[in-house]
Design a protein around this ligand. Sequence first.
Ligand code: MIC
Ligand code: SF4
Length: 644
Amino acid sequence: MGKTLAYKILEKNLQVGTLTQGEELSIRVNQTLTQDSTGTMVYLQLEAMGIDSIKTDRSVAYIDHNTLQAGFENADDHLFIQTAAAKYGIVFSKPGNGICHQLHLERFGKPGEVLIGSDSHTPTGGGIGMIAIGSGGLDVAVAMAKGSYPMKAPKVYEIHLIGSLPPWSSAKDVILEVLRNLSVKGGVGYIIEYTGEGVKSLSVTDRATITNMGAELGATTSIFPSDEQTLDFLTRQGRAGDYQPLAADEDAVYDARLEIDLSTLVPMVAKPHSPDAVATLSEIAGMKVDQVAIGSCTNSSYTDLMKVATILKGKSVHPNVSLVISPGSSNILKMMSDNGALGDLIAAGARILEAACGPCIGMGQAPKSGAISLRTFNRNFQGRCGTMDADVYLVSPEMAAIAAITGEVTLPAEYGMEAPAIVLPETFANFENYLIYPPEDRSGLSVVMGPNIKPFPLSGDLPESLSGSLLLKTGDNITTDDIMPSNAKLLPFRSNIPELSKYCFGTIIPDFKMRAEAAGGGFVIGGDNYGQGSSREHAALVPLYLGVKAVIVKSFARIHKKNLINSGILPLVFVNPADYDRFNETDELKFNAVHDALDGKASFDLVNETQGFVCKVAFEGSTRDVEVLKIGGTLNFTKKEILS
Ligand code: MIC
Ligand code: SF4
């Protein structure tokens, strides 16, 4: 039986276990990446593990999220990360260099290698044929400390591409089409593997747009083969030596399959407030637009921004539109400055931001009240842009640029211009001044911690019984942006859990902290796909700090469930999802014989003491996860492992 590409790479890197679906295994990690909004916690955890150096071939600490320095906090965190990087042998990418995923693709990504990153869009690396997995920060700290990553052998979903994209349709439309078919939870438990003739017509940066937004499917990761396109990309980046051809066997067997004919794709849009609320752009044609934001790790490549510049050249941004552009990397910004395209953007009236995440994570550029904002980003959860009542629509860079000029959603046929064709330079800019490589001799180096960095909460041993009140009952598809919101005001406190805790579940209720404190902690109940979205472990650490002991839901998103386990909070699912309806907020709940239930020696019973009934819940995790939970989280577990 032929092998999938994903399994070939996993097999090559297998350290422990067998590659049988659903089995626990551990893979060798070649590379890691962190960014600053999750990175401070990662390096605090690495410090707490008490190791001297890391075991990966290449680890990089990027600064790209917390770039607004309205106070000392972000600058303090950046210095802490810079000093930790030097101490442990990690490359440091200074603020201004660009977005971690775009930069990693340009500078370090290698086909066939395993990359673990403390950001949910790490799968961008799948565009270059890597197994690139987004994880909670603690998983990344452990991956650096041990050079390995535990996981269950996933299922593999084939997306077979035929044909090639028509003019004005782009990679963004491919992934929106996939989201339309699979939804924001359709990828849970799968690696998505792209195959077929259609793959050949997509460049590495197109592929990276698709694997990047595969995060929105809930997938473990997404991957493309490594072929002539990959060689072309690496050659232009001056890294042809990193190329190796990689593909699935012709007769590879997959667990699920979807075929997409690229030639049938029209420009698409994800409507408010979910990346899978997909429609054709024609459905919203004529809608007036207040803001257009171009950039993010999904759509800020040289090709994307050059298309935008070509469309804007000699035109003016509509008087009622604010157009903001955040380039993916300093290399791209420099190339566009050298070739005059930056001048075209400025002359058209665009606001040029530094190469960073910027508006994608609400770091500035919150639109006006009730705004319609067209963005080339990957997430449009309510409030994420910084304005609760704004409506965010996700589109391709080309469609965003046209709307910026006309002031309304405009179909390309009505715009009357030929689709821009971008000729790539033979050699991409590749300058080193934003990168700091660790010194050879690192003896005696120590980290510098500013006053904003506070100790993070650690769970103790898991007790035999748990009781408390139901603090909050949520609906389906709750995001980590709901559980622990992020914006320009809150991001500076990513290393200050007590401060962040004031805003926990802030998009749902204003007073979760007060509730939790008044009740002395308790439980949260949720619906399907609970914790979708970002990898931020703060969505587990903050509830832990507020005394949440277990979260009981219909189903979990992958990274958040792992973050709950890592922090020592029990993630449980209803055996009968209809039981969800029987619970009310403030009900007093209890679990007995928790250890036996985790070991499978007793049934897992959730007792509703207020209403007087019992229902069955289940823990779905590995035997390692059970041990982690019993000892109060991954940090305690790893310290014990490293010491033994
Ligand atoms: C995001 O896009 O939501 C983020 C901000 O990049 C997060 C990481 C974070 O919350 O720090 C992610 O995607 O993991
Ligand atoms: Fe940054 Fe946005 Fe990408 Fe997250 S999704 S890494 S905030 S650009």
